[in-house]
Design a protein around this ligand. Sequence first.
Ligand SMILES: NC(=O)c1ccc[n+]([C@@H]2O[C@H](COP(=O)([O-])OP(=O)(O)OC[C@H]3O[C@@H](n4cnc5c(N)ncnc54)[C@H](OP(=O)(O)O)[C@@H]3O)[C@@H](O)[C@H]2O)c1
Length: 341
Amino acid sequence: MRIILIGYGVVGQGLTNILLRRRLENLKEYGFNPKIVAIVDRGGAAINPKGLNLEKMLALKKRNGTVAADREFGHAQMSPLAAIESVEAEVMIEATSTNVKNGEPGLSHIKTAFKTGKHVVTTNKGPLALALPALMELADYNKVYLRFSGTVGGGTPVLELAKKCLAGDKIVAIRGILNGTTNYILTEMAEKRITFQQALDSTQKLGYAETDPSMDVDGIDPACKVVIMANWIMNKKLTLKDIKVKGIRDVTLQALEEAAKRGNTIKLIGSIDDSAKVAPTEISKHNPLCVSGVLNAVTFVSEFAGEETIIGRGAGGMETASAVLRDLLDIRHNLASKMLT
Ligand SMILES: NC(=O)c1ccc[n+]([C@@H]2O[C@H](COP(=O)([O-])OP(=O)(O)OC[C@H]3O[C@@H](n4cnc5c(N)ncnc54)[C@H](OP(=O)(O)O)[C@@H]3O)[C@@H](O)[C@H]2O)c1
């Protein structure tokens, strides 16, 4: 499998680290020997049709800030689109920064990969939140796979549990804590009896929240994940504009203390049943969804199996990169099964 990797930040570098560390096991256990033939960042590209030396790429990125600095294989200022169009590969991995205004540049990278017959694995939620129904159709039309396990739950196999382990049953509702930063803030507020602003400040100091925390605290990040689950698991053709979103800025310490008197707490819950929304919601402290700190938790309500809850770390470079590796193995498995039939 030849791979083009677009975006070489925390996730992209995490993936090359995992590929280096798991090379022998991947080969032995799955017969899987992926070759990264191109890596692109903002400085340009490194391209080697025979497979790039990943140790060298990691060192180059650290030392020079861009993989395009490679003397032998570097192409300064080469754009991701030029690389996707000109380099022969089976898969394109999209790991550039999320943009929920117009999905770019990830959206164009994904569409161009499809048009040039490449399967896509993305960790970038922006294009999916804005256009997942259309992208799923476009992938079908071009007879390629689109996978995005790392977009929901980081390394925790949230999408796979619903899609694979609960296959055959019908999932009628989903509820979940889909954002670690807001869960950490609400946990801090409840446990330390501090205000939203105090909790946000300490969360930013710890590096769990961005300088501009609006994607998290205004509920946009969990809303993107609601869109992805609604389409992929429940076959609802929704995009971000269809989700009712309320973040946690207005959750007060007083409201948390009153909920606590009833044996409850307040969590930012994303839910999909007849409608799809994200909102601060009072839940029992005994509810399996009631996890603390940066953990994520998702409950699937299915017609026959009942309620299943999966809990895990929702983000992290290595965790998300491990989801990318699962997607690559899934694509490879699907391609191999097709060859058998
Ligand atoms: N980190 C996580 O825990 C996590 C978890 C789940 C999903 N995600 C998603 O995965 C994606 C990658 O995350 P990350 O943490 O790896 O982000 P990151 O560290 O900021 O890396 C982003 C990478 O994209 C490159 N890039 C951005 N715009 C580009 C453009 N126009 N052309 C070429 N390269 C471009 C950047 O290039 P430079 O290196 O040159 O700046 C950088 O290498 C994001 O969409 C994020 O939301 C991340």
